[in-house]
Design a protein around this ligand. Sequence first.
Ligand SMILES: *Cc1c(COP(=O)(O)O)cnc(C)c1O
Length: 386
Amino acid sequence: MFNKKLINKFNTIKTPFYYYDLELLKKTIEVLNKEASKYKFIIHYALKANSNKRILEIIRKNKMGVDCVSGNEILRSIDTGFIAEDIVFAGVGKTDEEINLAIKTNIFCINCESMQELEVINQLAKNVEKIINVALRINPNINAKTHHYITTGLEENKFGINTWQLDEILNKLKELNNLKLTGLHFHIGSQITDLEIFRGLCIRVNEMQHWFNDHNIELQHINVGGGLGVDYKEPQKYSIPDFKSFIEIFHKFLEIHANQKVHFEIGRAIVAQCGSLISKVIFIKKGINTNFAILDAGMTELMRPALYQSYHKIENLISKGLPERYDVVGPICESSDTFGKAVMLPQTKRGDIIAIRTTGAYGEVMSSGYNLRSPVRRYYSDDMIF
Ligand SMILES: *Cc1c(COP(=O)(O)O)cnc(C)c1O
């Protein structure tokens, strides 16, 4: 990903910043689109993973829809040229303002997560005399076996409607005349690397479909969410996720009715590998059992390690020295501001350029101004003029 020319260029740019390889992004999208189109599956990009306009433009040009989790994400999508019919909207706590926006813009579907939400959407739709397409986000009670902070499909999680509430919901829906139930929605978690989990999801989705069919409800679409993981350990070798195996699981195990559409909401797997956080070593400091490499990037630029102990590959782009052990940390006044402990790096010195890999998803979007840090900057491979 980083040739000599690029590294020399990095040396002239003020760090820290995110660097996005748009060629890799395009290739990744191409592979995903190729696999999904075999079965006419519809892909929505989960905008919350990275909402940079340059990235969204590439995604839009490649004919994907979007999955939004806030009103501002809907506005950003429309602003970038996505059409309303390609937008889905999920979230456990949608405000009236956000729901009104979704109603006004005629998006494809609102994914609803509770009884009260259905009642509120119905009322707001009634106010403007519209009938709104809704899908029920069902909590399938499946353990995605990922970090517990990014597991969403267990009954103990706040997301979705639990299956034991469905009788009551169906009865209620009969009274809610401004809603049209068009589909079911599932999303069980993120960074799922065991594809067996998705097979389990398919089987649960089939059971749920049968239940709805037994209640004389035909569903126009099934949305199976996202969550496909990426390889944080070997970003170079596995720069594009195994979309083929992922998509085939759904083709093989999901019972799809005639005229029924299958939707996906993929975030991380599309954008994670194309992004790196580029930073410089400010100081090397001796510790008891290790040395600290103190970077000019911190948890304010990349929160994932502090937030859920995530691993990112760390590379020194300059040094060719012998390997030594470092705790790679940021400058922020928190002990959790640590990118990696006991990381083996070639002997590292003040001024070396460090790349923190696989940070295109849930990196820049989570940056903050804590410690009154400057807003993080970004560069794209297209902009690099040598
Ligand atoms: C975050 C999210 C996604 C995307 O998850 P990834 O793991 O990034 O693919 C999809 N659907 C919903 C509802 C989400 O909240």
